[in-house]
Design a protein around this ligand. Structure first.
Ligand code: SAH
Length: 240
């Protein structure tokens, strides 16, 4: 078991299969093996296999999903990579700071690094499923790297910062999974609607901001349980 096994690389909506192969190669050179693809335009593909060179085992074991939410279902901490400076409301990391944070603050946690489409990156809804943003410092006038090159740099920093001794045990109260956060989100919205705080016909920004707030909050599984217990009690009292 390597300290890098808990990291997955998620490629969203990749258009060019060659980039998928090159990303697999970038991962394997740095000791990463878990690749997830969300709605790739072409996969499997001979071009992906050719560009993977000797890393076709990473491709063979990759998982394919219909949505980023599905790909992140079991993930407890996800970082969205972006070439743009727009994602100011998220905590922002460089690859090195992200690697240091992962090993120091998130021991044993399943972490995903999410990469966007070649043409348009990640949508705001996809960003909202992540806990933080990662930007590779680059030429401000030309900051968009090739997808697989971006994967390479992040994988390199992870490999360089990985502890050599056995990883510390996972926390007894781990960070909530994205599924747990999604359920809390639904629960909050339904009770907000029930008590008249939120009108489902006119959701405005509330739905998005709530999701983002939960993603940033770093709630653990037991904290989610406390909040949902409270919501259940409020809801029961309101009905009686
Ligand atoms: N035109 C797109 C950029 C796409 S580049 C946009 O404006 O968002 C394809 C993907 O590579 C990005 O979604 C991101 O995941 C990664 N990437 C490219 N350059 C990056 C950088 N400087 N920092 C972090 N990720 C980067």
């Amino acid at each position: 078991m390597s300290a890098l096994d808990r990291f997955s690389i998620v490629l969203v909506g990749t258009t060019h299969p060659g980039n998928i192969g090159a990303a697999a190669r970038a991962m394997k050179t740095m000791g990463l093996t878990r690749l997830k693809l969300v709605n790739p335009a072409h996969f499997p593909s001979a071009e992906a296999t050719a560009r993977a060179s000797g890393a076709d085992d990473v491709l063979a074991r990759c998982e394919v999903f219909d949505s980023l939410a599905d790909a992140l279902a079991d993930v407890r901490w996800a970082v969205a990579t972006t070439a743009r400076d727009r994602e100011l409301q998220w905590p922002q990391y460089t690859p090195r700071r992200f690697a240091e944070h992962s090993f120091a603050e998130l021991p044993g946690v399943d972490v995903a690094v999410v990469f966007g489409r070649e043409s348009s990156g990640l949508s705001n809804d996809e960003l909202n499923l992540c806990n933080a943003a990662l930007r590779i410092p680059a030429n401000p006038q030309y900051s968009s790297l090739n997808l697989a090159m971006a994967v390479q740099l992040v994988a390199y920093e992870l490999s360089q910062n990985a502890p050599t001794q056995a990883a510390p045990p996972a926390s007894v109260d781990p960070l909530a999974t994205q599924i747990e956060l999604g359920r809390l989100n639904e629960h909050l919205l339904s009770v907000m609607a029930q008590v008249g705080y939120y009108d489902p016909e006119r959701p405005k920004m509330l739905v998005k901001r709530l999701r983002r707030m939960l993603a940033k909050a770093g709630l653990t599984t037991s904290e989610v349980r406390i909040l949902r217990g409270l919501l259940t009690a409020v809801s029961a009292r309101n009905e009686s």
